[in-house]
Design a protein around this ligand. Structure first.
Ligand code: GDP
Ligand code: MG
Length: 177
């Protein structure tokens, strides 16, 4: 997960947003440290974590920001979005309400962030298939309509977490190159 002495060619700030308890912090833990915790406390104070990876022979430091329990509507401040070149908009496939709130998060994101920000919609907890409350087709359709990338992930089973980050980071990389 990265050599600390490595020279860095790019730093990309990516923000995680979405309702509380959808799994944002665990998605980040999985990506940054390959860890997962079933009883994760509501995030307190940690601003971001980083992981450096190589894209087309360049070293890219992904700086991933996690909300510190500010998921209440409009509580996420503009400082959080400032300078972000990517966003991961997360809902929980087993909680319909978290998907129904996505348009609000998108509106807030579009109000605060750069207009060229790369956005991926993420349906997390895909391991809870027997409790599914949001169909893949509905989410895909919504994403297409809004021009977002889309993937279902499981931070628990480490399914598609890497792919979700790589989708965003590769797209950002292509935009700046
Ligand atoms: P956040 O509030 O969005 O940061 O959500 P957390 O990352 O704190 O996760 C909330 C709860 O959902 C915790 O109990 C996690 O262990 C659990 N969780 C997170 N991701 C997954 C997942 O992919 N599958 C399942 N089954 N549980 C998950
Ligand atoms: Mg959290």
């Amino acid at each position: 997960y990265g050599d600390p002495n490595q020279k860095i060619d790019y730093v990309f700030k990516v923000v995680l947003i979405g309702d509380s308890a959808v799994g944002k912090s665990q998605i980040l833990a999985r990506f940054a440290r390959n860890e997962f915790s079933l009883d994760s406390k509501a995030t307190i104070g940690v601003e971001f974590q980083t992981r450096t990876l190589v894209i087309e022979h360049k070293s890219v430091k992904a700086q991933i920001w996690d909300t510190a329990g500010q998921e209440r509507y409009r509580a996420v401040t503009s400082a959080y979005y400032r300078g972000a070149v990517g966003a991961m908009l997360v809902y929980d496939i087993s909680k319909r309400q978290t998907f129904d709130h996505i348009p609000r998060w998108l509106e807030e994101l579009r109000g605060h962030a750069d207009k060229n920000i790369v956005i991926i919609l993420i349906g997390n907890k895909s391991d809870l298939e027997n409790q599914r409350a949001v169909s893949t087709v509905d989410a895909k359709e919504f994403a297409q309509k809004e021009g977002l990338f889309f993937l279902e992930t499981s931070a628990l089973e480490a399914t598609n977490v890497e792919a979700a980050f790589l989708t965003v980071l590769n797209e950002i990389f292509n935009i700046v190159n």
